[in-house]
Ligand binder design. Structure first.
Ligand code: ZN
Length: 244
């Protein structure tokens, strides 16, 4: 089974299309996972949802998905994020919004738990440090978990004492799956924030038991033009060039 493990697509159809093409370059995909923030920030929520639903995506909701569909208010969002959430709410069809509302916050699939932030606080917590990783491992009933939200590609590997350290996942990094428990972040498809503007995702091959962090160039200029033409905050277009 080959799975494209994605997060934080953020209504960026150019990035998602490039990621799916990259994942299918060598062999067909058997599935797509998405750990939340399918929409928000970008200008193409409809095409992103259509592409994911056509592939029978396995997804959980993120804070932007909730904010765009009435599941969370935007009081704690910064101004650009709140503006994007309101724009997205107006851009979604009733059917698209209803579909987003069906997404769970935490989902178990095989050996993996999928969640946007953390199991402790699914929509909001930025899981970044060792203590948070230990809290996650204490709640994690599966061997592995996938998180998003920070838009940073990394993993934590639990040692024998239940401790773990964050390790940044460079492009092309391969990780063999063994006995130790992991928390992984595939990075962001639609709005990377680690200084690399290319779309980030993980290709999971269950037969080879390997995870591979991949980076994919995409048509950033096209995504930026649509954001500006839609009247979304200019900053949301500009940041795509620098991956911040
Ligand atoms: Zn996000």
């Amino acid at each position: 089974m080959r799975i494209a493990v994605t997060s934080d697509i953020h209504s960026n159809i150019e990035a998602l299309t490039a990621v799916l093409a990259d994942a299918e370059r060598d062999a067909p995909l058997d599935g797509v996972w998405a750990t939340g923030d399918l929409v928000g920030y970008g200008a193409d929520p409809g095409p992103v949802l259509a592409a994911l639903r056509a592939r029978g995506v396995t997804a959980v909701a993120g804070n932007h998905d909730l904010a765009a569909t009435g599941g969370m208010d935007t009081d704690d969002f910064n101004a650009q994020a709140a503006a994007a959430a309101h724009w997205t709410a107006g851009a979604l069809s009733p059917d698209e919004a209803d579909w987003i509302r069906t997404l769970p916050l935490v989902l178990t699939v095989g050996d993996f738990t999928l969640v946007h932030g953390s199991i402790r606080d699914p929509a909001w917590e930025y899981l970044l440090d060792a203590r948070q990783a230990e809290e996650q491992f204490a709640r994690q009933t599966t061997r592995y978990s996938v998180v998003g939200h920070s838009h940073l590609p990394f993993w934590f590997e639990e040692d024998g004492d239940g401790r773990a350290w964050p390790q940044r996942a460079a492009a092309g990094r391969r990780l063999d799956l063994g006995a130790s428990r992991l928390i992984i972040n595939p990075g962001s498809v639609g709005q990377p924030r680690d200084g690399d503007a290319r779309a980030s995702y993980v290709l999971y091959d269950d037969r080879a038991a390997v995870l591979e962090w991949r980076r994919v160039a995409y048509d950033i200029a096209a995504a930026q033009r649509k954001i500006i033409d839609a009247g979304l905050p200019r900053f949301l277009a500009e940041r795509l060039s620098v991956g911040r």
